[in-house]
Design a protein around this ligand. Structure first.
Ligand SMILES: Nc1ncnc2c1ncn2[C@@H]1O[C@H](COP(=O)(O)OP(=O)(O)OP(=O)(O)O)[C@@H](O)[C@H]1O
Length: 257
């Protein structure tokens, strides 16, 4: 699917990170990270294993504390935020985990209802049913509503995981390796879904991936985490127009025979 242009509002920064540092003991992971995410944008974050990509999105969603620096998310400074405000903020952040994180003992319907009922008390049955049916339709899996997660393929589980996140209508989506472990055709379907979510829900997203096809198909912009900082940012072609041997292998491994 070709990505439509002109959906990004560069005057509206939904995430703004300046000078972010994070260490675990003597292990210095993030060493002064600066990054912006604009409204409506899909930003792909690339980087070698262990560089701190997951740590970064955990700090953005308030699951981990920063050591220093500023992390502004939807106008809130998450490095210095009250628990109640953080809980409210988290409702606007959808987290698509690598393992889809579905409850195996619940049907698809119950999995999807769960975050809605927990976070919006007093919804009527018809409103819940409507929300479940809408997100299932959005991910193209209406027919699975009464199935158990164990009856679904890896790609379907991934879609249901995304649907469960979408049911709260988040403003920001954080995708952690959305195509990991999927076959190439399912990968392309997930890439298309990420783009459809961007269009339909007007989300701004950070997509962590090692899959260059996913990066190319979903990303409006790439940012490469190198030695604790984002040292290359730009379009897919711009970031790979380099001989830097810390960067080239990402491209070469995926695209050169
Ligand atoms: N809670 C923690 N306590 C101690 N060390 C941690 C913690 N979380 C992450 N780390 C360390 O921080 C480093 C970065 O981890 P992270 O998971 O962010 O890497 P990544 O870039 O996402 O890697 P991958 O591409 O393999 O998923 C790793 O060395 C990891 O062991």
């Amino acid at each position: 699917m070709q990505k439509p242009k002109g959906h990004i509002n560069y005057d509206d920064t939904v995430i703004s990170i300046r000078g972010l540092r994070k260490s675990f003991g003597d292990l210095h992971i993030l060493k002064g990270v600066d990054l912006d995410l604009f409204q409506g944008e899909n930003l792909v974050v690339l980087g070698r294993s262990g560089m701190g990509k997951s740590v970064l999105i955990k700090i953005i969603s308030g699951l981990l504390n920063a050591d220093s620096g500023s992390v502004n998310v939807l106008g809130e400074e998450v490095t210095n935020i009250a628990e109640k405000t953080l809980q409210q903020l988290r409702l606007n952040i959808g987290f698509s985990f690598q393992n889809s994180a579905l409850y195996d003992s619940m049907t698809v319907r119950k999995n999807l209802e769960f975050p809605l009922v927990r976070n919006h008390k007093g919804l009527r049955r018809a409103e819940i049913d409507n929300a479940v049916e809408t997100v299932l339709d959005a991910v193209g899996l209406s027919q699975t509503i009464n199935q158990m997660p164990s009856e679904l393929s890896g790609g379907q589980r991934k879609r249901i995981g995304i649907a469960r996140t979408l049911i709260l209508q988040p403003k920001i989506m954080l995708y952690d390796e959305p195509t990991a472990g999927l076959d190439p055709i399912t990968c392309i379907e997930i890439n298309d879904l990420i783009n459809e979510v961007q269009q339909r829900y007007k989300t701004s997203s950070i997509i962590i991936t090692h899959d260059m096809t996913c990066a190319k198909q979903t990303g409006d912009r790439m940012a490469i985490l190198l030695d604790g900082q984002f040292q290359r940012q730009g379009s897919f072609d711009e970031v790979f127009a380099t001989d830097d041997d810390r960067v080239r292998p990402f491209y070469d491994y995926n695209f050169i025979q």
